[in-house]
Design a protein around this ligand. Sequence first.
Ligand SMILES: *Cc1c(COP(=O)(O)O)cnc(C)c1O
Length: 464
Amino acid sequence: MADVESSFRRIPAIHRLLESSCIRDTIAIYGRDSVMDACRAAVDALRQRIVDGELEGTAIDAACDALESEILQSLHSSAQPAYPRVINAAGVLIHTNLGRAPLVQDIPDSLASYLALEYDIAAGQRGQRLAPLRDRLARLSGAESAIMVNNNAAALLLILAGHAHGRQVIVSRGQLIEIGGSFRLPQVMAASGCHLVEVGCTNRTHLSDYERAITGDTAAILVAHHSNFRIVGFTAEPGIDELAGLAHSYELPLLVDQGSGNLYDLRRWGLGSEPTVTSLLDAGADLVCFSGDKLLGGPQAGIVAGSRRWVEPLARHPMYRALRPDKTSLVLMDQVVRAHLSGHLERIPLFRMLEASVETLKKRASRLGRRLRERGVPARGQATRAALGGGTTPAETIASYGIAIAGGQRLLDALRTVSPPVIGRIEDDRVILDLRTVFPDQDHDLENALVASYGRLETNEAGR
Ligand SMILES: *Cc1c(COP(=O)(O)O)cnc(C)c1O
Protein backbone atom coordinates (compact mmCIF):
# COMPACT_ATOMS: atom_id res chain seq x y z
CA MET A 1 0.00 0.00 0.00
CA ALA A 2 2.83 2.34 0.99
CA ASP A 3 4.25 1.49 -2.39
CA VAL A 4 1.14 2.59 -4.18
CA GLU A 5 1.03 5.81 -2.18
CA SER A 6 4.61 6.70 -3.01
CA SER A 7 3.85 5.97 -6.65
CA PHE A 8 0.83 8.30 -6.46
CA ARG A 9 3.09 11.07 -5.21
CA ARG A 10 4.99 10.92 -8.48
CA ILE A 11 1.83 11.86 -10.45
CA PRO A 12 1.66 15.61 -11.09
CA ALA A 13 -1.15 17.42 -9.24
CA ILE A 14 -4.06 18.72 -11.33
CA HIS A 15 -3.15 22.38 -10.62
CA ARG A 16 0.43 21.69 -11.77
CA LEU A 17 -0.88 20.19 -15.01
CA LEU A 18 -3.10 23.22 -15.50
CA GLU A 19 -0.13 25.53 -15.04
CA SER A 20 1.94 23.86 -17.75
CA SER A 21 1.90 26.12 -20.78
CA CYS A 22 0.68 23.53 -23.31
CA ILE A 23 -2.34 22.64 -21.17
CA ARG A 24 -3.04 26.25 -20.16
CA ASP A 25 -3.18 27.26 -23.82
CA THR A 26 -5.97 24.76 -24.50
CA ILE A 27 -8.37 26.47 -22.08
CA ALA A 28 -9.22 29.13 -24.65
CA ILE A 29 -10.05 26.42 -27.20
CA TYR A 30 -11.93 23.80 -25.18
CA GLY A 31 -13.13 25.72 -22.10
CA ARG A 32 -11.81 25.52 -18.54
CA ASP A 33 -14.24 22.85 -17.34
CA SER A 34 -13.46 20.49 -20.21
CA VAL A 35 -9.72 20.88 -19.67
CA MET A 36 -10.10 20.27 -15.91
CA ASP A 37 -12.23 17.18 -16.62
CA ALA A 38 -9.67 15.84 -19.10
CA CYS A 39 -6.82 16.36 -16.58
CA ARG A 40 -8.78 14.62 -13.83
CA ALA A 41 -9.76 11.71 -16.06
CA ALA A 42 -6.15 11.19 -17.20
CA VAL A 43 -4.83 11.33 -13.63
CA ASP A 44 -7.56 8.98 -12.38
CA ALA A 45 -6.83 6.51 -15.16
CA LEU A 46 -3.13 6.59 -14.31
CA ARG A 47 -3.86 5.98 -10.60
CA GLN A 48 -6.07 3.05 -11.53
CA ARG A 49 -3.34 1.49 -13.62
CA ILE A 50 -0.97 1.77 -10.66
CA VAL A 51 -3.54 0.22 -8.30
CA ASP A 52 -4.11 -2.58 -10.81
CA GLY A 53 -0.39 -3.27 -10.79
CA GLU A 54 -0.09 -2.50 -14.51
CA LEU A 55 2.70 0.02 -13.97
CA GLU A 56 5.81 -0.20 -11.81
CA GLY A 57 9.16 1.56 -11.39
CA THR A 58 10.31 3.64 -14.32
CA ALA A 59 7.16 2.82 -16.27
CA ILE A 60 5.33 5.13 -13.83
CA ASP A 61 7.64 8.04 -14.66
CA ALA A 62 7.19 7.38 -18.37
CA ALA A 63 3.41 7.37 -17.91
CA CYS A 64 3.60 10.66 -15.95
CA ASP A 65 5.66 12.21 -18.73
CA ALA A 66 3.06 11.08 -21.26
CA LEU A 67 0.16 12.61 -19.27
CA GLU A 68 0.21 16.00 -20.99
CA SER A 69 0.13 14.59 -24.49
CA GLU A 70 -2.58 12.15 -23.47
CA ILE A 71 -4.69 15.03 -22.15
CA LEU A 72 -4.16 17.01 -25.36
CA GLN A 73 -5.14 13.96 -27.41
CA SER A 74 -8.31 13.39 -25.40
CA LEU A 75 -9.29 17.06 -25.60
CA HIS A 76 -8.76 17.00 -29.34
CA SER A 77 -10.85 13.90 -29.90
CA SER A 78 -13.67 15.09 -27.64
CA ALA A 79 -13.96 18.20 -29.82
CA GLN A 80 -14.36 16.22 -33.04
CA PRO A 81 -17.82 15.91 -34.65
CA ALA A 82 -19.82 13.10 -33.07
CA TYR A 83 -20.99 12.05 -36.54
CA PRO A 84 -17.95 12.41 -38.80
CA ARG A 85 -18.14 12.36 -42.57
CA VAL A 86 -17.05 9.04 -44.08
CA ILE A 87 -16.42 7.86 -47.62
CA ASN A 88 -18.87 5.10 -48.48
CA ALA A 89 -16.94 2.77 -50.78
CA ALA A 90 -18.97 -0.25 -49.67
CA GLY A 91 -21.15 -0.07 -52.78
CA VAL A 92 -24.40 0.02 -50.80
CA LEU A 93 -26.35 3.09 -51.90
CA ILE A 94 -28.87 3.29 -49.06
CA HIS A 95 -26.57 2.31 -46.22
CA THR A 96 -28.58 2.61 -43.00
CA ASN A 97 -25.46 2.69 -40.82
CA LEU A 98 -24.04 5.51 -42.95
CA GLY A 99 -27.12 7.72 -42.94
CA ARG A 100 -29.17 6.12 -45.77
CA ALA A 101 -29.68 8.52 -48.70
CA PRO A 102 -27.11 11.35 -48.66
CA LEU A 103 -28.64 14.83 -48.48
CA VAL A 104 -28.49 17.34 -51.30
CA GLN A 105 -25.32 19.39 -51.26
CA ASP A 106 -26.99 22.80 -51.55
CA ILE A 107 -28.70 22.88 -48.15
CA PRO A 108 -31.45 25.57 -48.39
CA ASP A 109 -30.45 28.84 -46.73
CA SER A 110 -33.84 29.08 -45.00
CA LEU A 111 -32.45 26.58 -42.49
CA ALA A 112 -29.92 29.10 -41.24
CA SER A 113 -32.56 31.82 -40.94
CA TYR A 114 -36.09 32.40 -39.68
CA LEU A 115 -38.52 30.74 -42.06
CA ALA A 116 -42.27 30.60 -42.68
CA LEU A 117 -42.63 27.27 -40.90
CA GLU A 118 -46.07 27.78 -39.38
CA TYR A 119 -46.80 31.19 -40.79
CA ASP A 120 -49.16 32.28 -43.51
CA ILE A 121 -47.22 35.12 -45.12
CA ALA A 122 -50.14 36.46 -47.19
CA ALA A 123 -52.48 36.61 -44.20
CA GLY A 124 -49.76 37.68 -41.77
CA GLN A 125 -50.84 35.16 -39.19
CA ARG A 126 -50.20 31.72 -37.79
CA GLY A 127 -50.33 28.97 -40.38
CA GLN A 128 -50.16 25.20 -40.30
CA ARG A 129 -46.78 23.54 -40.25
CA LEU A 130 -47.52 20.79 -42.73
CA ALA A 131 -49.92 22.69 -44.99
CA PRO A 132 -47.38 24.00 -47.54
CA LEU A 133 -45.99 20.52 -48.19
CA ARG A 134 -49.07 18.30 -48.06
CA ASP A 135 -50.32 18.90 -51.58
CA ARG A 136 -46.86 18.35 -53.00
CA LEU A 137 -46.46 15.09 -51.11
CA ALA A 138 -49.88 13.97 -52.28
CA ARG A 139 -49.10 14.83 -55.90
CA LEU A 140 -45.80 12.99 -55.69
CA SER A 141 -47.50 9.87 -54.34
CA GLY A 142 -50.47 10.05 -56.69
CA ALA A 143 -52.77 10.31 -53.66
CA GLU A 144 -55.62 12.59 -52.61
CA SER A 145 -53.86 13.53 -49.41
CA ALA A 146 -50.64 12.93 -47.49
CA ILE A 147 -48.90 13.75 -44.23
CA MET A 148 -45.34 13.48 -43.01
CA VAL A 149 -43.94 12.28 -39.68
CA ASN A 150 -40.47 11.47 -38.34
CA ASN A 151 -39.92 8.08 -39.95
CA ASN A 152 -41.83 5.19 -41.42
CA ALA A 153 -42.06 3.38 -38.09
CA ALA A 154 -43.84 6.47 -36.75
CA ALA A 155 -46.07 6.57 -39.83
CA LEU A 156 -47.21 3.01 -39.25
CA LEU A 157 -47.64 3.61 -35.53
CA LEU A 158 -49.85 6.61 -36.24
CA ILE A 159 -51.93 4.76 -38.85
CA LEU A 160 -52.60 1.86 -36.50
CA ALA A 161 -53.18 4.00 -33.41
CA GLY A 162 -55.48 6.26 -35.42
CA HIS A 163 -57.52 3.61 -37.17
CA ALA A 164 -57.19 0.37 -35.22
CA HIS A 165 -56.62 1.15 -31.55
CA GLY A 166 -58.11 -1.65 -29.41
CA ARG A 167 -59.23 -3.56 -32.50
CA GLN A 168 -57.91 -6.30 -34.77
CA VAL A 169 -55.60 -5.93 -37.75
CA ILE A 170 -55.09 -8.89 -40.09
CA VAL A 171 -51.57 -9.61 -41.40
CA SER A 172 -50.16 -12.55 -43.38
CA ARG A 173 -47.62 -14.71 -41.53
CA GLY A 174 -45.29 -14.19 -44.48
CA GLN A 175 -45.15 -10.48 -43.71
CA LEU A 176 -44.34 -10.30 -40.00
CA ILE A 177 -41.12 -8.53 -40.82
CA GLU A 178 -38.16 -7.25 -38.87
CA ILE A 179 -36.30 -4.32 -40.42
CA GLY A 180 -32.87 -3.33 -39.07
CA GLY A 181 -32.76 -0.93 -36.17
CA SER A 182 -35.27 -2.81 -33.99
CA PHE A 183 -38.35 -2.33 -36.16
CA ARG A 184 -40.42 -5.50 -35.70
CA LEU A 185 -43.90 -5.35 -37.11
CA PRO A 186 -45.62 -7.26 -34.27
CA GLN A 187 -44.04 -4.93 -31.71
CA VAL A 188 -44.98 -1.75 -33.57
CA MET A 189 -48.52 -3.11 -33.77
CA ALA A 190 -48.58 -3.86 -30.05
CA ALA A 191 -47.24 -0.37 -29.25
CA SER A 192 -50.06 1.17 -31.30
CA GLY A 193 -52.64 -0.65 -29.19
CA CYS A 194 -54.08 -2.83 -31.95
CA HIS A 195 -54.34 -6.61 -31.93
CA LEU A 196 -52.45 -8.61 -34.50
CA VAL A 197 -54.35 -11.40 -36.18
CA GLU A 198 -51.98 -13.64 -38.13
CA VAL A 199 -53.28 -15.53 -41.14
CA GLY A 200 -51.89 -18.02 -43.67
CA CYS A 201 -48.46 -19.61 -43.67
CA THR A 202 -44.94 -18.20 -44.04
CA ASN A 203 -44.81 -19.04 -47.74
CA ARG A 204 -48.47 -19.04 -48.75
CA THR A 205 -51.44 -16.93 -47.72
CA HIS A 206 -54.71 -16.93 -49.67
CA LEU A 207 -57.50 -14.40 -49.96
CA SER A 208 -59.78 -16.89 -48.19
CA ASP A 209 -57.40 -16.90 -45.17
CA TYR A 210 -57.97 -13.16 -44.83
CA GLU A 211 -61.70 -13.43 -45.33
CA ARG A 212 -62.08 -16.15 -42.67
CA ALA A 213 -60.28 -13.94 -40.14
CA ILE A 214 -62.60 -10.94 -40.54
CA THR A 215 -64.82 -10.41 -37.50
CA GLY A 216 -66.94 -7.59 -36.12
CA ASP A 217 -63.81 -6.45 -34.31
CA THR A 218 -61.59 -6.16 -37.40
CA ALA A 219 -60.29 -2.63 -38.04
CA ALA A 220 -58.10 -3.16 -41.11
CA ILE A 221 -56.06 -5.45 -43.33
CA LEU A 222 -52.37 -4.63 -43.31
CA VAL A 223 -49.86 -5.55 -45.99
CA ALA A 224 -46.17 -5.12 -45.17
CA HIS A 225 -43.81 -5.20 -48.09
CA HIS A 226 -41.11 -7.88 -47.58
CA SER A 227 -38.57 -5.27 -48.19
CA ASN A 228 -35.37 -6.88 -47.01
CA PHE A 229 -35.86 -10.53 -47.94
CA ARG A 230 -37.43 -12.67 -50.63
CA ILE A 231 -39.60 -15.74 -50.29
CA VAL A 232 -39.04 -17.89 -53.36
CA GLY A 233 -40.38 -21.25 -54.50
CA PHE A 234 -43.83 -22.50 -53.52
CA THR A 235 -45.36 -19.16 -52.62
CA ALA A 236 -48.65 -17.32 -52.87
CA GLU A 237 -50.00 -13.99 -51.76
CA PRO A 238 -53.16 -12.27 -52.99
CA GLY A 239 -52.66 -9.14 -55.07
CA ILE A 240 -53.28 -5.67 -53.64
CA ASP A 241 -56.35 -5.30 -55.88
CA GLU A 242 -57.87 -8.51 -54.52
CA LEU A 243 -57.16 -7.54 -50.93
CA ALA A 244 -58.57 -4.06 -51.51
CA GLY A 245 -61.72 -5.62 -52.98
CA LEU A 246 -62.09 -7.87 -49.94
CA ALA A 247 -61.39 -5.10 -47.42
CA HIS A 248 -63.80 -2.69 -49.10
CA SER A 249 -66.57 -5.27 -49.25
CA TYR A 250 -66.42 -5.29 -45.44
CA GLU A 251 -65.93 -1.49 -45.30
CA LEU A 252 -62.42 -1.93 -43.95
CA PRO A 253 -59.35 0.02 -45.09
CA LEU A 254 -56.41 -1.71 -46.75
CA LEU A 255 -53.17 -0.40 -45.24
CA VAL A 256 -49.82 -0.96 -46.97
CA ASP A 257 -46.40 -0.48 -45.40
CA GLN A 258 -44.53 -0.02 -48.66
CA GLY A 259 -41.24 0.87 -46.96
CA SER A 260 -38.90 2.07 -49.70
CA GLY A 261 -40.89 5.00 -51.09
CA ASN A 262 -40.21 3.79 -54.62
CA LEU A 263 -41.81 6.00 -57.29
CA TYR A 264 -40.24 4.63 -60.45
CA ASP A 265 -39.81 1.55 -62.57
CA LEU A 266 -36.48 0.39 -61.19
CA ARG A 267 -35.69 -1.53 -64.38
CA ARG A 268 -34.57 1.86 -65.66
CA TRP A 269 -31.46 1.39 -63.45
CA GLY A 270 -31.00 -2.29 -64.14
CA LEU A 271 -32.96 -3.46 -61.11
CA GLY A 272 -36.04 -5.66 -60.91
CA SER A 273 -39.47 -4.24 -60.54
CA GLU A 274 -40.72 -3.21 -57.12
CA PRO A 275 -44.23 -1.87 -56.56
CA THR A 276 -44.44 1.92 -56.65
CA VAL A 277 -46.37 3.94 -54.11
CA THR A 278 -48.71 5.10 -56.86
CA SER A 279 -49.34 1.59 -58.20
CA LEU A 280 -50.40 0.42 -54.73
CA LEU A 281 -52.81 3.34 -54.36
CA ASP A 282 -54.15 2.74 -57.86
CA ALA A 283 -54.70 -0.92 -57.00
CA GLY A 284 -56.97 0.17 -54.15
CA ALA A 285 -54.79 0.61 -51.05
CA ASP A 286 -56.39 3.22 -48.76
CA LEU A 287 -53.19 4.25 -46.99
CA VAL A 288 -49.59 3.63 -48.06
CA CYS A 289 -46.70 4.54 -45.79
CA PHE A 290 -42.98 4.73 -46.62
CA SER A 291 -39.63 6.17 -45.56
CA GLY A 292 -38.27 9.49 -46.80
CA ASP A 293 -34.61 8.48 -46.74
CA LYS A 294 -34.71 5.33 -48.83
CA LEU A 295 -35.63 5.46 -52.53
CA LEU A 296 -37.08 8.94 -52.27
CA GLY A 297 -33.53 10.12 -51.61
CA GLY A 298 -34.54 12.62 -48.94
CA PRO A 299 -34.13 13.19 -45.20
CA GLN A 300 -35.38 10.78 -42.56
CA ALA A 301 -39.17 10.92 -42.64
CA GLY A 302 -42.26 8.79 -42.82
CA ILE A 303 -44.97 9.65 -45.31
CA VAL A 304 -48.57 8.48 -45.21
CA ALA A 305 -50.37 8.86 -48.53
CA GLY A 306 -53.92 7.89 -49.36
CA SER A 307 -57.52 8.95 -49.54
CA ARG A 308 -58.71 12.00 -47.61
CA ARG A 309 -61.09 9.90 -45.61
CA TRP A 310 -58.25 7.89 -44.04
CA VAL A 311 -55.44 10.48 -44.03
CA GLU A 312 -57.22 13.52 -42.54
CA PRO A 313 -58.06 11.98 -39.15
CA LEU A 314 -54.37 11.14 -38.68
CA ALA A 315 -53.37 14.80 -39.00
CA ARG A 316 -55.74 15.58 -36.12
CA HIS A 317 -54.72 12.63 -33.93
CA PRO A 318 -53.03 13.64 -30.63
CA MET A 319 -50.12 11.31 -31.42
CA TYR A 320 -49.40 13.34 -34.55
CA ARG A 321 -48.13 16.22 -32.40
CA ALA A 322 -45.52 13.91 -30.89
CA LEU A 323 -44.45 12.52 -34.24
CA ARG A 324 -44.45 15.69 -36.31
CA PRO A 325 -41.26 16.44 -38.25
CA ASP A 326 -38.90 19.31 -37.43
CA LYS A 327 -38.13 22.22 -39.74
CA THR A 328 -34.89 20.63 -40.96
CA SER A 329 -36.57 17.57 -42.40
CA LEU A 330 -39.53 19.54 -43.76
CA VAL A 331 -37.30 21.97 -45.64
CA LEU A 332 -35.06 19.21 -46.97
CA MET A 333 -38.03 17.05 -47.93
CA ASP A 334 -39.63 19.94 -49.82
CA GLN A 335 -36.42 20.37 -51.79
CA VAL A 336 -36.34 16.68 -52.71
CA VAL A 337 -40.05 16.60 -53.53
CA ARG A 338 -39.64 19.54 -55.90
CA ALA A 339 -36.77 17.76 -57.62
CA HIS A 340 -38.99 14.68 -58.16
CA LEU A 341 -42.01 16.69 -59.32
CA SER A 342 -39.97 18.65 -61.86
CA GLY A 343 -38.21 15.53 -63.13
CA HIS A 344 -34.80 16.84 -62.04
CA LEU A 345 -33.62 13.65 -60.40
CA GLU A 346 -30.01 14.67 -61.01
CA ARG A 347 -30.42 17.12 -58.11
CA ILE A 348 -30.76 14.18 -55.74
CA PRO A 349 -27.43 12.49 -54.89
CA LEU A 350 -28.99 9.00 -54.71
CA PHE A 351 -30.20 9.27 -58.30
CA ARG A 352 -26.90 10.66 -59.55
CA MET A 353 -25.29 7.50 -58.13
CA LEU A 354 -27.93 5.29 -59.75
CA GLU A 355 -27.55 7.09 -63.07
CA ALA A 356 -23.74 6.88 -63.26
CA SER A 357 -22.80 4.61 -66.15
CA VAL A 358 -20.40 1.72 -65.62
CA GLU A 359 -18.23 3.39 -68.31
CA THR A 360 -17.89 6.57 -66.23
CA LEU A 361 -17.12 4.61 -63.08
CA LYS A 362 -14.57 2.56 -64.98
CA LYS A 363 -12.82 5.72 -66.17
CA ARG A 364 -12.66 7.05 -62.61
CA ALA A 365 -11.34 3.68 -61.41
CA SER A 366 -8.56 3.55 -63.99
CA ARG A 367 -7.51 7.14 -63.26
CA LEU A 368 -7.51 6.41 -59.52
CA GLY A 369 -5.70 3.09 -60.02
CA ARG A 370 -3.00 4.76 -62.10
CA ARG A 371 -2.41 7.50 -59.50
CA LEU A 372 -2.33 4.93 -56.70
CA ARG A 373 0.22 2.74 -58.48
CA GLU A 374 2.35 5.84 -59.07
CA ARG A 375 2.24 6.40 -55.32
CA GLY A 376 3.18 2.83 -54.47
CA VAL A 377 -0.25 1.28 -53.86
CA PRO A 378 -0.85 -1.78 -56.08
CA ALA A 379 -4.48 -1.01 -56.93
CA ARG A 380 -6.29 -1.90 -60.10
CA GLY A 381 -9.72 -1.43 -61.65
CA GLN A 382 -12.30 -4.08 -60.87
CA ALA A 383 -15.83 -4.74 -62.10
CA THR A 384 -18.13 -4.90 -59.06
CA ARG A 385 -21.79 -5.21 -58.12
CA ALA A 386 -23.37 -2.47 -56.01
CA ALA A 387 -26.56 -2.89 -53.97
CA LEU A 388 -29.42 -0.53 -53.37
CA GLY A 389 -29.56 -1.44 -49.66
CA GLY A 390 -31.86 -0.02 -46.99
CA GLY A 391 -34.00 -3.12 -47.20
CA THR A 392 -34.89 -2.57 -50.85
CA THR A 393 -34.49 -5.09 -53.70
CA PRO A 394 -32.51 -7.47 -51.45
CA ALA A 395 -31.88 -10.08 -54.10
CA GLU A 396 -30.51 -7.75 -56.74
CA THR A 397 -27.37 -5.82 -57.53
CA ILE A 398 -26.35 -3.14 -60.01
CA ALA A 399 -23.34 -3.43 -62.33
CA SER A 400 -20.66 -1.13 -61.01
CA TYR A 401 -16.93 -0.49 -61.01
CA GLY A 402 -14.31 0.12 -58.39
CA ILE A 403 -10.78 -0.72 -57.45
CA ALA A 404 -9.27 -3.82 -55.85
CA ILE A 405 -6.17 -3.92 -53.65
CA ALA A 406 -4.49 -6.90 -51.98
CA GLY A 407 -4.32 -6.38 -48.23
CA GLY A 408 -7.32 -8.15 -46.75
CA GLN A 409 -8.89 -7.30 -43.43
CA ARG A 410 -5.86 -5.35 -42.17
CA LEU A 411 -6.07 -2.84 -45.00
CA LEU A 412 -9.84 -2.64 -44.61
CA ASP A 413 -9.34 -1.81 -40.91
CA ALA A 414 -6.54 0.68 -41.61
CA LEU A 415 -8.81 2.53 -44.06
CA ARG A 416 -11.14 3.39 -41.19
CA THR A 417 -8.33 5.00 -39.18
CA VAL A 418 -7.63 7.79 -41.68
CA SER A 419 -9.54 11.01 -42.12
CA PRO A 420 -12.11 10.89 -43.60
CA PRO A 421 -12.52 7.19 -42.80
CA VAL A 422 -13.18 4.93 -45.78
CA ILE A 423 -15.69 2.08 -45.55
CA GLY A 424 -14.99 -0.71 -48.03
CA ARG A 425 -15.56 -4.44 -48.25
CA ILE A 426 -13.59 -7.67 -48.69
CA GLU A 427 -13.90 -10.13 -51.54
CA ASP A 428 -11.49 -13.06 -51.91
CA ASP A 429 -9.11 -11.46 -49.42
CA ARG A 430 -8.89 -8.27 -51.49
CA VAL A 431 -10.21 -4.90 -50.47
CA ILE A 432 -12.89 -3.72 -52.89
CA LEU A 433 -13.74 -0.03 -53.06
CA ASP A 434 -16.86 0.53 -55.14
CA LEU A 435 -16.93 3.92 -56.82
CA ARG A 436 -20.69 4.05 -57.40
CA THR A 437 -21.23 5.23 -53.82
CA VAL A 438 -18.16 7.50 -53.73
CA PHE A 439 -18.95 11.07 -54.78
CA PRO A 440 -16.72 11.99 -57.74
CA ASP A 441 -15.29 14.91 -55.74
CA GLN A 442 -14.18 12.42 -53.08
CA ASP A 443 -11.85 10.50 -55.42
CA HIS A 444 -8.92 12.62 -54.32
CA ASP A 445 -9.63 12.02 -50.61
CA LEU A 446 -10.01 8.32 -51.34
CA GLU A 447 -6.64 8.28 -53.08
CA ASN A 448 -4.94 9.97 -50.11
CA ALA A 449 -6.70 7.69 -47.64
CA LEU A 450 -5.43 4.64 -49.50
CA VAL A 451 -1.89 5.94 -49.71
CA ALA A 452 -1.88 6.74 -45.98
CA SER A 453 -3.40 3.45 -44.83
CA TYR A 454 -1.31 1.34 -47.19
CA GLY A 455 1.80 3.15 -45.92
CA ARG A 456 0.72 2.44 -42.35
CA LEU A 457 0.43 -1.29 -43.15
CA GLU A 458 3.92 -1.37 -44.63
CA THR A 459 5.39 0.47 -41.62
CA ASN A 460 3.75 -2.03 -39.27
CA GLU A 461 5.03 -4.87 -41.44
CA ALA A 462 8.58 -3.51 -41.28
CA GLY A 463 8.29 -3.10 -37.52
CA ARG A 464 7.41 -6.75 -36.94
C1 LIG B 1 -37.56 0.69 -43.84
C2 LIG B 1 -38.85 0.12 -43.53
C3 LIG B 1 -39.49 0.44 -42.31
C4 LIG B 1 -38.87 1.35 -41.30
O1 LIG B 1 -38.78 2.65 -41.79
P1 LIG B 1 -38.03 3.81 -40.96
O2 LIG B 1 -38.15 5.01 -41.83
O3 LIG B 1 -36.62 3.34 -40.79
O4 LIG B 1 -38.72 3.95 -39.66
C5 LIG B 1 -40.74 -0.12 -42.08
N1 LIG B 1 -41.33 -0.95 -42.96
C6 LIG B 1 -40.72 -1.29 -44.14
C7 LIG B 1 -41.45 -2.22 -45.07
C8 LIG B 1 -39.48 -0.77 -44.45
O5 LIG B 1 -38.89 -1.10 -45.61
